[in-house]
Ligand binder design. Structure first.
Ligand SMILES: *[C@@H]1O[C@H](CO)[C@@H](O)[C@H](O)[C@H]1NC(C)=O
Ligand SMILES: *[C@@H]1O[C@H](CO)[C@@H](O)[C@H](O)[C@H]1NC(C)=O
Ligand SMILES: *[C@@H]1O[C@H](CO)[C@@H](O)[C@H](O)[C@H]1NC(C)=O
Ligand SMILES: *[C@@H]1O[C@H](CO)[C@@H](O)[C@H](O)[C@H]1NC(C)=O
Ligand SMILES: *[C@@H]1O[C@H](CO)[C@@H](O)[C@H](O)[C@H]1NC(C)=O
Ligand SMILES: *[C@@H]1O[C@H](CO)[C@@H](O)[C@H](O)[C@H]1NC(C)=O
Ligand SMILES: *[C@@H]1O[C@H](CO)[C@@H](O)[C@H](O)[C@H]1NC(C)=O
Length: 823
């Protein structure tokens, strides 16, 4: 054996594994042989007999004892497909008190009381419902919907009642047509592979709003909807106090607080479940034809927004390729190496205990955010004032310093560092307060720039909520659970165990994350389906070098845009699928969402969400955008690009940023389109910098293309700068501009040089701005905003790529003037 762990495990585990494989085999081979469709008064289901399960008439659900750990069983309702392990469990009676694998029973006694006994003695769960004296029949039935009901019949029809039903007591899953009310809540599992109650809750709050709450051992906080905003800002109402929500069988979720959503595969009557997952996210799953659960909606698209992931003094990082991870704050170290949720502790003594508490130095981290726990809010503070304020408070751990407008910053001293997250598209900078001695020690050097994913592996560890008492004990437990649950796949199971022991657990974990994202709202379409949806490609709404775009109506009356790629330029099917699934994983509110694709024969099509207001180019031409909208478009498009470049996906360069590729939705919110296509088309490989052909569009291309210099994300920054200039001046960059402001004389200058020339005069700024802005727009403009736009644009179009800011710096610079709610 190469691996010492393996030899240890194999010697100590061989027997139990065999034993459990044997048990699991007997379990699977018997699930189809259920003894009864219902449980009568005076009888019981026993854990000892694997045949003792109830099944729903349609065979979709089973109720019985389900293994949840070593010699631990829960009385549960599960989807018939056992191969999905614990994920298939949709309801549990004794979630936190598993019973023994011997002599435990679910008993329906003659008084109509249903109860669960552990090893023949202790009652761990019961319904405690008194039976009406007139009842002549009592029975436990599992319905086709997955509802387990205890019903009684009497001599008259009015005596027929449902005494108890599992739909009134959900655990972490809601079924279609199951009412979610003020009396119910969903509670997440503790961890992957551990179905006992975890720390996340989905519930109707006292103000009638549906919320997600992290309720940890020490702290608790609401993280969805966004806690910084008020209910009406995200379209909710607090006035309807009926507090009911319902998912219908077609995938339409509606709640009395006005919150609603449609599944991405809305319209099909297929098995669905809404589950609060162990990672704090609510997801809607659909059972696809190949028996897999795919995600058709999820509440949170930026996983680090969930609270309580990394514990105090730690930062959550997210990377679409490897998922969520935690990193300690500089100057802090892990509290418990086996449990990230306990966070980090300082490597130094509290300032409050020092003889001179007003000491400490600061280290700067941009793009970081810690939620809440501000000592106070100090508007219009200089950096030095803010530092001074923090030093005066002995319990100040550092402060957040946020841009408000071009010469004003706000200061938020933090007394606790909780729910930390890094985001290239976020704004604000954190200054950590540390003793001088720690600051000068060398380990801090690597953390002194932006927190990015190039950190050495020892800093970043995958988040696992479960606590590991002992490495080998955990392995042992998981092995056993695996062995029990992957019933029917014994041979495969042994393989899995092998892989697991030899260390591929982490990789699998990451792959699953990828799977979740890839599956999110993403599916394969047939060519016939898309031809029908586009009415044989009748309505063309756009055309580019890559292909034409058609309007389509999908199932459930959803509008979509179908892009048909030119045949000549394409990869084979496998590469196409690989690239498409990569694009499908990119998920940001300012990126056009890819809903699916079609790869059939020579046809390659992409299905995108439909944008009601068309492209920025059209809107600039029509003059439909006032200054407010233009500014918002600038900020949000920058966020989309920053996400592409910097949320650890540096390799996604757009390479063709232009107004035609920025689309506007119903509310004129912009989404960047056509990203990732450079990889889809057979035009060269970014990694090997063999961009032999010049790409992009004339007028928007950075000088690097022309001079054959290395291509970095700064080419997009350049193009973005040109787009900004175009939005401000209303002039197109193509070729020259006709300068009419100088008395009708024609000057054939590039747009950039023209703006530079105009802005460099001796005249006051307001006058210079007045000369360059687009006068065709109705309504006045805010000189300051335009000034910022022009200043940012000119930085972006610097000839030397190193002089251009990054997209996240652009976001930060522009953030000054947005009207968003501040923390
Ligand atoms: C699940 O987690 C809980 C709480 O940490 C723990 O008590 C329980 O033993 C775990 N169960 C399994 C099967 O690991
Ligand atoms: C979803 O359900 C709500 C409430 O029943 C209804 O008003 C709405 O029209 C439905 N949406 C669709 C697309 O069917
Ligand atoms: C409250 O919400 C419920 C369920 O969505 C709806 O039936 C009811 O009409 C609403 N009540 C009011 C006053 O809007
Ligand atoms: C169970 O799932 C597997 C794949 O996960 C699938 O092949 C099988 O057909 C499914 N069985 C049923 C009964 O749905
Ligand atoms: C911010 O403070 C500076 C000096 O402290 C002052 O000159 C400026 O007017 C203030 N700005 C606002 C908007 O209050
Ligand atoms: C990420 O960090 C590494 C060093 O840790 C640095 O070389 C690289 O430029 C950083 N990337 C970004 C996008 O900041
Ligand atoms: C780490 O956490 C686990 C469980 O939460 C606990 O059993 C263990 O004692 C902790 N270790 C230390 C060093 O505190």
């Amino acid at each position: 054996m190469r691996n010492p762990i393996f030899s240890f495990i194999s010697s100590s585990l061989f027997m139990p594994v065999l034993l459990f494989l044997a048990i699991s085999f007997s379990l699977t081979s018997s699930t189809s042989v259920h003894r009864d469709r219902f449980l009568r008064r005076g009888s019981a289901l026993s854990v000892d007999d694997p045949d003792d399960v109830l099944s729903s008439p349609n065979g979709a659900f089973f109720a019985g004892f389900h293994p949840v750990g070593r010699n631990a069983y829960s009385f549960a309702v599960w989807f018939s497909n056992r191969s999905c392990m614990l994920d298939c469990i949709v309801w549990m009676a004794n979630r936190d008190k598993p019973v023994n694998g011997k002599h435990s029973k679910l008993i329906l006694d003659k008084h109509g009381n249903l109860f669960l006994t552990d090893a023949g003695h202790k009652v761990v769960w019961s319904t405690d419902i008194a039976l009406s004296s007139s009842a002549t029949y009592v029975g436990l039935h599992l319905l086709d919907s997955g509802n387990l009901i205890l019903r009684s019949f009497g001599p008259r029809p009015v005596d027929d009642t449902v005494m108890w039903q599992s739909f009134d007591h959900p655990t972490n899953t809601l079924h279609p047509e199951q009412k979610f009310t003020r009396f119910t809540e969903l509670v997440s599992s503790r961890a992957r592979g551990n179905i006992s109650s975890g720390y996340y809750k989905f519930y109707f709050d006292n103000d009638n709003i549906l919320r997600l709450l992290y309720s940890g051992p020490e702290i608790s906080s609401v993280y969805w909807p966004h806690p910084y905003q008020l209910p009406w800002d995200y379209g909710r109402t607090t006035y309807n106090d009926s507090r009911v929500a319902l998912l219908d069988s077609l995938g339409n979720f509606t709640s009395s607080d006005d919150w609603k959503f449609l599944a991405s595969d809305y319209g099909e009557k297929i098995p669905r479940r809404l589950t609060l997952d162990f990672d704090g996210n609510v997801r809607l799953y659909s059972l696809s034809r190949n028996g897999e659960w795919t995600i058709s909606w999820q509440a949170i698209t930026t996983p680090c927004d969930v609270h309580g992931i990394c514990g105090p003094n730690a930062v959550c990082l997210y990377n679409a390729r490897s998922g969520r991870s935690c990193s300690y704050a500089p100057g802090y170290e892990r509290k418990n190496l086996s449990d990230w949720s306990q966070g980090c502790k300082p490597k130094f003594e509290s300032f409050c205990k020092l003889p001179d508490p007003e000491t400490g130095e600061f280290i700067r981290f941009p793009h970081l955010d810690f939620y809440g726990y501000d000592e106070d809010h100090y508007p219009n503070y200089t950096l030095n004032q803010c530092k001074k304020k923090c030093l005066e408070l002995c319990n100040c751990k550092g402060f957040q310093y946020k841009f408000r407008d071009s010469n004003r910053h706000d200061c938020y001293p933090k007394v606790l560092l909780l729910n930390g997250r890094a985001s290239a598209t976020g704004y604000g900078t954190i200054y950590f307060r540390l003793p001088k001695a720690i600051l000068s020690s060398e380990q801090l050097q690597l953390e002194s720039s932006t927190l990015n994913c190039s950190h050495s592996p020892k800093d970043v560890e995958l988040h696992r909520v479960y606590s590991r008492r002992h490495e080998s004990e955990l392995l042992l437990k998981i092995l056993l659970i695996l062995a029990v649950v992957i019933a029917g796949f014994e041979a495969l199971g042994v393989l899995l165990v092998l892989c697991f022991v030899t260390g591929t657990w982490k990789a699998k974990d990451e792959a699953r994350q990828g799977y979740h994202l890839a599956a999110m709202g993403f599916r394969r379409y047939t060519y016939a389906e898309l031809r029908k949806a586009t009415r044989n490609f009748r309505e063309e709404i756009g055309r580019g070098a890559v292909g034409s775009v058609y309007r389509a109506i999908l199932l459930g009356d959803r509008s979509a845009a179908v892009k048909r790629l030119n045949e000549m330029t394409l990869h084979g099917e496998e590469e196409f699928l690989a690239e498409v699934s990569t694009i499908g994983k990119l998920n940001h509110m300012n990126l056009l969402e890819l809903w699916g694709y079609c790869a059939e024969g020579k046809h390659r099509l992409l299905v995108y969400e439909y944008m009601e207001h068309g492209s920025l180019a059209e809107n600039l031409a029509k003059g439909t955008l006032d200054w407010g909208k233009r500014f918002d478009v600038a900020v949000e498009a920058a966020r989309g690009l920053a996400y592409l470049h910097e949320e650890c996906l540096e390799w996604v360069l757009h390479c063709d940023v232009k107004p035609q590729n920025i689309l506007l939705d119903l509310n004129y919110k912009p989404k960047v389109a056509d990203f990732g296509l450079s990889k889809l088309l057979n035009r060269g490989d970014v990694k090997h910098s063999s961009f032999s052909k010049i790409r992009g569009t004339r007028g928007y291309m950075a000088p690097e293309w022309v001079y054959n210099l290395s291509i970095t994300s700064k080419v997009d920054v350049y193009s973005y700068g040109i787009v900004l200039l175009e939005m401000v001046t209303g002039r197109s960059p193509g070729g020259g501009v006709l300068d009419t402001s100088t008395g009708g004389e024609t000057e054939n200058l590039g747009l950039t040089s023209w703006v530079k020339q105009k802005m460099s005069g001796e005249v006051p700024t307001a006058t210079r701005i007045e000369e360059i802005v687009d006068h065709s727009i109705e309504g006045g403009y805010d000189v300051k905003k335009v000034e910022v736009l022009v200043a940012v644009a000119l930085q972006c179009v610097a000839d030397d790529k190193d002089d251009r800011p990054t997209m996240s710096q652009v976001v930060e610079m522009l953030h000054c003037c947005t009207n968003e709610a501040e923390i």
